[in-house]
Design a protein around this ligand. Structure first.
Ligand SMILES: Nc1nc2c(ncn2[C@@H]2O[C@H](COP(=O)(O)OP(=O)(O)OP(=O)(O)O)[C@@H](O)[C@H]2O)c(=O)[nH]1
Ligand SMILES: [Mg+2]
Length: 205
């Protein structure tokens, strides 16, 4: 498994040139995006994690090669809904994420993260709408599973699935539970491979 930092971008006009297929990691501030990027890549200090919400304010691009798959870019998006940010800042972040999702030609998969203890809100629905418009593959993940009792887990998954009208049950993941990270990595790889297979030219006729 190989992972390295490629670029950061604080505005949609400064994105790195498009390259390998991209997986965007989106979610509310503090939901665990950067932690999960680190867990997925097995590199504890790749993306910066902080106890202070609103830490990641740029798009961070990481090139990752999981075993047996082509290289892909994991993109750690700035978290939305950070209460102490000004309205202006929140709007700027919304526009940045919106423009990135809307225009990034190499974006294939949206990894939407939601703290397992929270109910989905308008922002999550909006991201799912954008993803549907772009026909992105979507993987919804409930994070910080370790904060739930065993008996609370399945109901939380069912609730999120109903609330967001998902076709599939969301994954429940904790960076403290390695098996759950492995399961997510497999789902990501399947998504990446699906896209690679689609991109493959058909047999010459
Ligand atoms: N218990 C538990 N804590 C977690 C987990 N994942 C992340 N955290 C904690 O949640 C806090 C926020 O994590 P980050 O990874 O920085 O969250 P983020 O979504 O990148 O936040 P922003 O960059 O502000 O949008 C940190 O204190 C993490 O240690 C998890 O699976 N379990
Ligand atoms: Mg972050």
């Amino acid at each position: 498994m190989d992972a390295r930092f490629v670029a950061s971008a604080s505005s949609a006009s400064r994105l790195p040139p498009p390259g390998p297929p991209e997986v965007a990691v989106a979610g509310r501030s503090n939901c665990g995006k950067s932690s999960l990027v680190n867990a997925l890549t097995g590199r504890s200090k790749l993306a910066r994690v902080s106890g202070t919400p609103g830490r990641t304010r740029e798009l961070l691009f990481f090139a990752v090669t999981f075993p047996g798959t082509p290289e892909l870019l994991l993109v750690d998006l700035p978290g939305y809904g950070y209460a102490r940010a000004s309205k202006q800042e929140q709007q700027a972040w919304g526009e940045l994420i919106d423009r990135y999702i809307d225009t990034r030609e190499t974006l294939r998969t949206l990894l939407l993260l939601l703290d397992a203890r929270r109910d989905p809100a308008e922002e999550e629905r909006e991201l799912l709408r954008w993803a549907a418009q772009r026909e992105l593959d979507v993987i919804v993940v409930l994070t910080k599973a370790d904060k739930l009792k065993r008996s609370e887990r399945r109901p939380a998954q069912d609730r999120a699935r109903r609330s967001l009208e998902l076709a599939r049950t969301p994954l429940l993941v904790s960076v403290r539970e390695p098996d759950s990270v492995v399961a997510l990595r497999e789902a990501l790889v399947a998504s990446a491979l699906r896209d690679a297979a689609q991109a493959e030219p058909g047999p010459a006729s």
